[in-house]
Design a protein around this ligand. Structure first.
Ligand SMILES: [Ca+2]
Ligand SMILES: [Ca+2]
Length: 306
């Protein structure tokens, strides 16, 4: 019994610590007594909460009014412990009305908030490498700010700055997530893809390369495969026989010039070793091993950022 009691006490204490932290983090804080200090005479009674904070779950208070956080990254920092879901965000701030607040899907992953930017179906040509959707200002299904399997390019892809991506690949009812750190921050997901293509002849210092590691890429897509060589990963990668807007390339020869496998987003239909790969999101690999094996594993993918 003492153990049970101790555990119960701890859970009550952590509940109140969480509640206090949450409201303090909204910027509204707790009501103070007339001397500007917390009411020490309250004993065990519950602290009074700022009525604005109580009215503004998932938002902050500015002069007594609810206002949206700039993006899910800021929301996750200021209001820890939230469950993933839809929240209003205001990427250009409450003091600029050129962009009013709008709903976004926030995914809270490893204590960090990520804003949903884009959803792509690897069986469809919508988000193949050459699609103008990667770099233009058009939206696709802009109301679909959730993790449903409906392709979308959301307003967030144009206006939320990013430094770290959270990429997910759906496998039945599960989504496998990996964090992908960028070497430099970008003003938006679209701006990331406006960079020049990175092929085998491009000076490597002008490419935007990442360093997530082969095993994490393979883990994203169930049963995936990648050829032994190349291994270049990052943004806007292209070769004769494989491509990725975000991903990793593999090759059966040294270097990346004739890469014929990829894992990621923005693949294209290519023929190599007599096989026609069609996955635009997920994995395809040909000329793999002897006799050559062939993989074409389209998945439904999610790109989020913070
Ligand atoms: Ca605004
Ligand atoms: Ca090759």
């Amino acid at each position: 019994m003492p153990q049970l009691l101790a555990r119960h006490k701890n859970s009550v204490a952590s509940h109140w610590a969480f509640t206090l932290l949450s409201f303090a983090a909204t910027g509204c804080g707790l009501l103070l007594d007339g001397k500007g200090t917390p009411d020490a005479g309250a004993g065990t009674s519950l602290p009074a909460l700022d009525p604005c904070a109580a009215r503004c779950p998932g938002r902050r208070c500015i002069e007594g009014e609810c206002a949206a956080y700039r993006d899910c990254g800021e929301l996750g920092e200021k209001v820890p412990g939230l469950a993933s879901g839809t929240f209003d965000i205001d990427p250009d701030g409450a003091d600029s009305s050129s962009l009013p607040p709008f709903p976004a899907h926030c995914e809270f992953y490893e204590d960090e908030g990520y804003t949903l930017l884009l959803k792509a179906d690897g069986r469809q040509p919508t988000f193949e490498y050459a699609s103008p959707l990667w770099t233009n200002g058009e939206l696709l299904n802009p109301e679909s700010a959730d993790l449903s399997a409906l392709e979308a390019k959301l307003q967030t892809a144009l206006v939320v700055p990013i430094k770290t991506l959270l990429i997910g690949m759906r496998l039945n009812d599960e989504i496998r997530w990996e964090k992908l750190s960028l070497p430099e921050s970008e003003e938006s997901l679209r701006a990331l893809f406006e960079r020049a293509d990175c092929d085998a002849t491009t000076p490597v210092e002008t490419c935007l390369l990442t360093n997530m590691g082969r095993s994490k890429w393979l883990n994203l897509v169930d049963g995936s495969a990648l050829q032994t060589f190349c291994g270049r990963e990052g943004i806007n990668l292209i070769s004769c026989c494989a491509s990725a807007r975000i991903g990793i390339l593999g090759n059966n020869e040294q270097g990346c010039g004739s890469a014929d496998s990829f894992i990621g987003f923005g693949g294209s239909a290519f023929t190599s070793c007599g096989q026609r790969a069609t996955s635009r999101v997920g994995n395809s690999a040909s000329c793999l091993g002897e006799p050559p094996q062939f993989y074409d594993l389209p998945t439904f993918g999610y790109i989020l950022g913070r």
